[in-house]
Design a protein around this ligand. Sequence first.
Ligand code: ADP
Length: 232
Amino acid sequence: MTDHRAAIETMGVTKVYGTGSAQVTAVNEVSVQIYGGQFTCVMGPSGSGKSTLLHLIAGLDSATSGEVVVAGETITEMDDKTLSHFRRDHIGFVFQAFNLLPTMTAEQNILLPTKMAGGKVDRQWFNDLTGALGLSDRLSHRPYEMSGGQQQRVAVARALLNRPAVLIADEPTGNLDTKASAEVLGLLRDAVRNLGQTVVMVTHDDEAAAYGDRIIEMQDGRIIADSALKGA
Ligand code: ADP
C-alpha cells in the first residue's frame, strides 16, 4: 500500500567528485520524493549517476550540497557516528555481490548485523521472513552450498530482519540468471505489497524495472523521466 508521505526526499542534492579538469558532477541538483510502500526503480545509462544517487539517499556517500531526508531525518546534517547508527537502524542494503560471510551459515549471516549491533532478534519475524523467502530448509547451509539466487535471498532476509524504513538495492540481480532474477525481484515486490516495505532499486535491466511501481530515469546526473508504472 502506497504511503503518500515521502519515505525519502532529496532537495537539490548534488555530488561532485574530483577537482579542476577531473571534476565530475555525478548527481546534479536532484530533487525527488520517494514514497513509502512503493517499489521505485532508478534506471539510466552507465555513468548517469544512479549509484551515486542511491549512495546519497542511503547515507553511504556525503553530498556536496543539497539535502537528503530519510524517514523524517535530515541525514545530510548528521555527523559520521549518528549517520552510521541511522543507517544500521533504518536502512537495509542488497548489492550485486551478495556479501555473505563464507564461513557462516545462512542463519548466522542473516542474524549477524543485528547481533553485532547488540539488538534482540525477533524469532517469530525471523521465521516468517525466512519462510516467505523460501529459506527455511537452507538455514544451516553455508554460502558455497547455495545457488546464487538462494544467496541473494539470504542477503534480502539479512536486509529486512531489522524492518528497515527503506531497502536499498543496487543491481541486486546483476549476478543472477533469468530464473533466479525473477525469484528475487518477485520477493522484493512481495515485500512491498505484503509488508509495505519501501524499496529503491538501481537497475539497467528493463525486465527488472517492470517489477517496480515507478521508474525514475537518470542521465548526466539528472532525472530526465519519472513515470508511475504498474508492476508486472
Ligand atoms: P551509474 O551508477 O549510473 O553507472 P555512477 O553514479 O556510478 O553512475 O557514476 C556517475 C559519474 O560519477 C560517472 O562519471 C563516474 O565516473 C563518476 N564517479 C562515481 N563515483 C566516483 C568516485 N568515487 N570518484 C570519482 N568519480 C566517480
